[in-house]
Structure formats: C-alpha cells, structure tokens
Write a protein that binds this ligand. Structure first.
Ligand SMILES: [Fe+2]
Ligand SMILES: [Fe+2]
Length: 412
C-alpha cells in the first residue's frame, strides 16, 4: 500500500494532472470548465456525459482523477467508479452528489457534496499530495478487516441520550444489565486514578460522578482492549498499554484542570488520554506479524513506535486512531489531540489545550522509568517555562510515579 501511494504522489507531482468530470448536465460541465479555465497550466480536463462515455475515454487516455456525479444515464456513478477502480486501481475516484454519501465503498476515495465550488475542486485537483496524504489513512483503514466495533451497550446509551428527558436512573439500569461492565466501571471509578476518599458502591453514583461522555468512553475503551487473546495480550503487552492509557488520561485531566486557559472540558480530557493510543490496537489486530517486528525494534533500539509505523505502513497509530474516533463521531478537539499526540510542533503551542496535555502526559509517562532528560522532556520544560507553568512539572511527575506504584486495573 505504502509503495502505491508514494508512487502515486510522485507521479502526480511530476506531471500535469488529467481530470475527467462525468456529469449528465451540460450546464454543470460548462460551469466547471469556466471555474477552472485559469488553472489549465497545472492540469488538463476532460468531460463525459455518461458512464459509457467515461469508460471509453479512460480506455484511450490515462486519467489521474475521475470526478463523477452519482446520478448518470445508463450506469450510475457508483458502478462507474467501481469499474474504473477495478481496471485502473491507481486512479483517484471521487463521487459527487447533492445528498450525503456515507457508505463505506472501497472504490470511492473521496466524496464531494454538490454544489461545487472552486475551493472544493482545488482541494483535490491542485493539492493532490494533501488529498492523497489525507486519504492514505482512509485507504489503509479500508484494507483492515478487523476494526474495533462500537459495543451495543454504547449504542443503547447513545440512543437514550438523544431523548431530552432521559434520566441517570435509566442509564444506570441499562448498564447494570451488563454485569461485567458494571464491575469494571466500579473498579475504575474506585481506582487510584480518581483518588476518591470514599468508595462508590453503585452504578448510579458512578454514572453521576464520571459523567456520561467519560462513561461511554470507558465502555468503548474496555471493549477495544478486551478483544485480544491471551497470546496477543502477552506478546504486545496490552495490559501495560491499558495502564499507560489510564495514567495518561488521569494526568491529562489534571493538567487541563490546573492550567488550561481555554479548553476546560474535563470529560474530553479523560477520554483523549484513554484513547490516544487506540491506533496501536488496530495495527496489532490486523498486522500482528509486522507489528511483532516493529515492537522488537522499538524494544531493542528505542526507535519510537510511531516512526516505525510510518516506515512500515506509511501511516502511524496517531493518524489511524484519530481517523477511527472521527468515524465514531468524537469532537474535533479530541480527534485533533489524538492525531497530534506525537507532534510537538502542533502540541507545544500556547495556549495549552487538550492536544498539549496529551502530548505532555504521554512523554512524562514514557520517561518516568528512567527520568533521563530526553529531547522531548526538554521541549516540555521550555514550553512550560514559556507559558509560566514550570512549577507544575514536578507535581505531574509525582502523580505519574504514584500511579505507577499502584498496580493499575486488570483487564481480566
Ligand atoms: Fe502514541
Ligand atoms: Fe501513549
């Protein structure tokens, strides 16, 4: 996959793009032509009014991008793009329609909502590297057979929360039907991560204390982490990754509460920490052999996992995880925090936000065993100094140390 995408990017940069528009409306084709005629030096346009006409053109000419309306005479746009993808797999297939199209379809690389604007078209045609870069994650994920599913309990809660008059009692009753999940939620809320001075014995109290978003994320996280066999758990240290995620979550929430000038969403920060490495689980589940190799190099040489993932897959766990949370409908803040949790350039910009907090918490947790001054640690020191938060660094390091002394929460 990586080679195909890289080759595609290289080919596209080096030559003029050929774009084929397919639409039954002469008026729209004229509009597109007028809209784009000033940019003809950078690419070449071709037009077809039906699926068969488009296939005829593509048989004779090499086309880089096909942008087709969904509604065509003879064959619809979806069948046309499927046929093109089958015979010309490197061609970028874009479907356009007046209505949303949110079905997963391996033939469609991109969806454009009509009416078209020059900006929308430019995004694809004039910026193919960005386009491919964005879509490489989508393409990678589409290749994965074992994607984490949203548990039915989560969906039930989501449904109830849509109605305006739902009660916490109702929510608690539904969760209580799932005995295992009830036990795990109570274990979590009473753990060192929350440092409660009292014990919570019933799920209603836990729901009220945690908040609904945190609760839903615990259900989601546990569901994803528990989908592994004993062998996988052992081989990829899934329990360690789970405890790492919980510590990061706890620290992110503390950082946000103490420092954030803007983003003060406590629930979002807990969730971001908990799910920041979820992309790793997708690699482990779908590419266990390659990930075993990656894991070993990481252990032996200390090369960061996200660097190795980029080398082996062309995408990393931060990108894959953020894409998954985007599909799951999480907030843009949260998706961004997951996406950039290894990117100091984005994360270490004032003002401190959830993205910064996840970046910092992740480094502090990883570095806490040796407490050596790494490059990343120094970057954090400089950043905190710049935003006058340096006094908190030792507090956060102690928090992580204390949580590490604790045995964590068992997944079994
Ligand atoms: Fe990570
Ligand atoms: Fe992490």
């Amino acid at each position: 996959m990586k080679n195909t995408i890289d080759e595609n990017i290289k080919n596209i940069i080096e030559k003029k793009l050929v774009v084929l528009f397919v639409d039954k409306s002469q008026m729209l084709i004229n509009e597109i032509f007028l809209m784009l005629h000033n940019t003809q030096d950078e690419w070449e346009t071709k037009f077809a009014y039906s699926g068969n006409e488009a296939l005829e053109i593509i048989r004779k000419t090499k086309i880089d991008i096909v942008i087709s309306d969904i509604d065509l005479p003879e064959m619809d746009g979806i069948h046309l793009l499927a046929e093109i993808k089958r015979s010309h797999p490197k061609t970028i297939c874009v479907l356009m329609s007046e209505n949303n199209y949110d079905k997963q379809n391996k033939a469609i690389d991109y969806f454009l909502r009509k009416p078209l604007s020059l900006d929308k078209l430019k995004k694809i045609i004039l910026n193919p590297v960005d386009f491919l870069d964005k879509n490489k994650i989508r393409l990678f994920i589409l290749k994965m057979d074992k994607m984490p599913t949203i548990p039915s309990l989560y969906l039930k809660l989501q449904d109830i929360m849509k109605s305006e008059d739902f009660s916490f009692n109702e929510i608690a009753k539904i969760i209580e039907n799932d005995v295992t999940m009830t036990a795990k939620i109570l274990q979590y809320v009473n753990s060192a991560y929350f440092g409660l001075r009292y014990r919570i014995y019933d799920i209603l109290h836990a729901v009220t204390y945690l908040g609904l978003e945190t609760l839903k994320s615990i259900i989601l996280t546990l569901n994803v982490f528990c989908e592994f066999t004993d062998e996988e758990m052992e081989k990829f240290s899934i329990q360690n990754l789970y405890n790492h995620s919980l510590r990061v979550s706890c620290l992110v929430s503390s950082i946000i509460q103490i420092t954030a000038t803007e983003d003060r969403s406590a629930e979002e920060s807990i969730v971001a920490g908990m799910l920041h490495d979820i992309g790793k689980l997708i690699f482990i589940k779908n590419k266990p052999e390659i990930y075993t190799e990656i894991f070993q190099i990481n252990k032996d040489k200390g090369t960061p996992l996200h660097t190795l993932e980029n080398q082996y897959f062309g995408v990393n766990h931060a990108e894959v995880g953020s894409f998954l949370t985007e599909i799951w409908g999480f907030s843009p803040n949260l998706i961004d925090a997951i996406n950039k949790h290894h990117n100091p350039h984005n994360a270490l910009k004032p003002p401190l936000n959830i993205n910064s907090a996840v970046y910092i918490a992740n480094i502090l947790d990883h570095d806490s065993d040796s407490r050596e001054i790494t490059d990343e640690y120094e970057k954090i020191q400089n950043y905190l100094d710049k935003i006058n938060q340096m006094q908190n660094l030792s507090v956060w390091c102690s928090l992580i140390d204390n949580l590490k002394k604790n045995s964590g929460i068992s997944l079994n």
